[in-house]
Design a protein around this ligand. Structure first.
Ligand code: FPP
Length: 256
């Protein structure tokens, strides 16, 4: 089908390779309906499921979802426990389908201090799907961008202290190679729902040249049409990467 192939090629060329989403507004979604916040999170998982399916179907290569920030520990204990339970249930219930759909799962964030059963499930999800070649689903869990950069800087400092690296050899590429996102291209598009216009410690280093789309809808209402609206907005943007002519993204880190 000659015509259709041409159209599909054109669409793929304008698709962002990596979409990252700050899933915000679960609590407000529930409050508006006089429901407990938990219900907003539960419905948020349904939106997450819809979004993974849609992204995979559309042909997005990398999808990062901000699921739990390092600051979210300050929420009431019951809410934190509920969110942890949701993640465990998600892995238990959805891992087989993700694997069957050729999705590769990566988890970014601090593993230290996570409850053992949860930490094991995250490792299981990564191991089972490691060889898959479809969508890479990156779950940012117990993640904080400043901590990630500080840890990377500490690793470089340790190499300098050990005499294996000279300070003048430190480059952005070298530092990027020490981040959780090594081997993952920088996000092209960052979406935040709920009308808030903040980055909230999410992919601080990696989103240096990302386009941002802020949507008014609350995360539990997010669906394929919302994703497509954000992709259309992205397509209309003029990305110059700090230059003036043909876009050339800055070099990515490729090794650990
Ligand atoms: C923001 O809404 C949402 C979160 C902090 C958690 C997002 C988590 C999920 C959607 C489900 C768990 C993840 C997985 C991987 C299954 P909010 O509570 O800050 O909403 P508000 O700003 O309206 O209060």
């Amino acid at each position: 089908m000659f015509g259709r192939d041409l159209i599909e090629d054109a669409n793929v060329a304008t698709l962002p390779a990596h979409v990252a989403i700050i899933m915000d507004g679960n609590g407000r979604w529930a409050s508006k309906r006089l429901m407990p916040r938990f219900e907003g999170h539960r419905r948020g998982v349904e939106a997450l499921r819809r979004t993974v399916r849609a992204a995979s179907d559309i042909g997005i290569r990398y999808l990062t979802l901000y699921s739990f920030s390092s600051e979210n520990w300050s929420r009431p204990r019951l809410e934190v426990d509920y969110l942890m339970g949701l993640v465990k249930r998600f892995v238990r219930n959805d891992l087989a389908e993700l694997h069957a759909s050729n999705v590769r799962v990566r988890i970014i964030g601090e593993r230290d201090g996570l409850e053992g059963e949860l930490a094991d499930l995250l490792v299981d999800a990564e191991n089972l799907t490691a060889a898959n070649t479809g969508l890479t689903l990156i779950v940012a869990f117990n993640y904080g961008g400043r901590q990630e950069i500080a840890t990377a800087a500490r690793r470089l400092a340790e190499m300098v202290a050990a005499g294996t690296l000279k300070p003048e050899e430190i480059t952005p590429e070298l530092l990027a190679g020490k981040l959780h996102t090594v081997d993952i291209p920088d996000p092209d598009l960052v979406i935040r729902t709920s009308g808030e216009q903040r980055i909230s410690n999410f992919l601080l280093w990696q989103s240096a040249y990302a386009e941002f789309v802020f949507l008014p809808l609350l995360w539990p209402d997010f669906d394929r049409s919302a994703l497509e609206a954000a992709l259309a907005e992205f397509k209309a943007r003029d990305r110059r990467f700090g230059g003036v002519s043909e876009p050339t993204p800055p070099r990515q880190a490729t090794s650990g």
